[in-house]
Every structure is written in C-alpha cells, then in structure tokens.
Design a protein around this ligand. Structure first.
Ligand code: IMP
Ligand code: MG
Length: 177
C-alpha cells in the first residue's frame, strides 16, 4: 500500500478491478457488435478506468474527454453542474458511451446525457465503474456497472479526495473524510 494521509480501507483490489473491467469490455464488445463507439470519458475521475476499459473493447473506438464541475462540499454534489472542458470530436449519429467513475446523486450524469443528446447521437449509454446507491436523487439509466455499494467515500484508481489518491491501483474507503 502506498503512503496515505488518511485511514484507508481496501474495498476493491487491483486484481478484482482488472477482472471486472475486462468483463465489462467483453460485454460492451458483444452489445455493440463491431459498431464504432464514441467514448466520452468524464475527467478527471474516469481517466484510469477509461484507459483500461477501451483496451478490452474490440470495436472501433474514438475517445473524447469532458470535464464537469459540480458545486457542493468536497464529499457531495449539489445538483448544479457546469462544463469546464467540453468534448472536441463530432458525434452526431454515433453511438456514445459515457464512461464515469461513480454515480452518486445522479445529477452529473443526468446533466451530461441531456447535454450530449443535443448533438443527436444514434444512441447514448452509460458505463460507470461504481454505483453508490444510497444517495441517488435522480434516476439515470446506467447500462454497465462495475461495482455497486451503498455508501462511503472512496478513492483510488483515478478517484480522488482533495486531488490525492488518484494514483492508488486499488479502490479504498476513506474512514474519516
Ligand atoms: P453525482 O453527480 O452526485 O452523481 O456525483 C458524481 C461525481 O461525484 C463523480 O463523478 C465523482 O467525481 C464524485 N464522487 C461521488 N462520490 C465520490 C466518492 O466517493 N469519491 C470521490 N468522488 C466521488
Ligand atoms: Mg467525476
């Protein structure tokens, strides 16, 4: 375990993540049947997941990035979302696959799905590494889910606490955030 400033408890190991990400990639490959996919990675949290996931998707893939900021405290969102870096590639009439780290309240994904639909894609699906069910406020249809758990603040595998811990290869619960 790398050096940490908080008490961290392992939730999903590097091996478990690798296995699950490979399964998700296989499932996505089967569902899209060699159709090209426009992957929209939500920065920053999904960068590591996206990098691993696309290596397991056997379809033509283009990758784009969007960065969203949501107002609120450091451990929860408020519902007001804004774009701080927009997508760059065209995707009208394309299959869009949004890749997100965590669905919590659902506000971020609800906002993004509505926003991307303005570009008239052929389809929009969501792949989230983690589904945190306890705090959902708006229902968003998540098509692919890596792991589900009820609550707790997690870090690692791209996911941060105050910008730290993105480098951890496993996923950990922060005991006293
Ligand atoms: P939502 O809009 O409440 O669904 O928030 C989703 C966003 O909040 C995710 O993209 C994460 O960046 C962030 N988030 C939610 N839960 C956690 C967590 O446990 N650790 C780190 N970031 C989180
Ligand atoms: Mg995020």
């Amino acid at each position: 375990m790398k050096a940490a400033m908080h008490e961290l408890r392992l939730l999903f190991s590097e091996e478990e993540i690798a296995k699950r990400v490979a399964e998700l990639g296989r499932q996505i490959t089967e569902d899209y049947k060699e159709e090209p996919i426009y992957v929209c990675c939500i920065l920053k949290g999904a960068f590591m997941f996206t990098a691993d996931l696309i290596r397991h998707i056997d379809c033509p893939v283009r990758v784009d990035f969007i960065r969203l900021a949501s107002y609120g405290s450091s451990t929860s969102t408020s519902g007001e979302v804004k774009i701080t870096k927009d997508v760059e590639l065209p995707f009208k009439d394309c299959h869009v696959l949004i890749v997100e780290d965590i669905v919590d309240t659902g506000f971020t994904l609800e906002f993004l799905v509505n926003r991307l639909k303005l570009h008239e894609p052929k389809s929009v699906k969501i792949c989230a590494l983690m589904d945190k069910r306890a705090r959902r406020e708006v229902e968003v249809p998540v098509d692919y889910i890596g792991f589900s758990f009820d609550d707790g603040f997690v870090v690692g595998y791209g996911v941060d606490y105050a910008e730290y811990y993105r480098d951890l290869p496993g996923i950990y619960i922060v005991e006293n955030p």
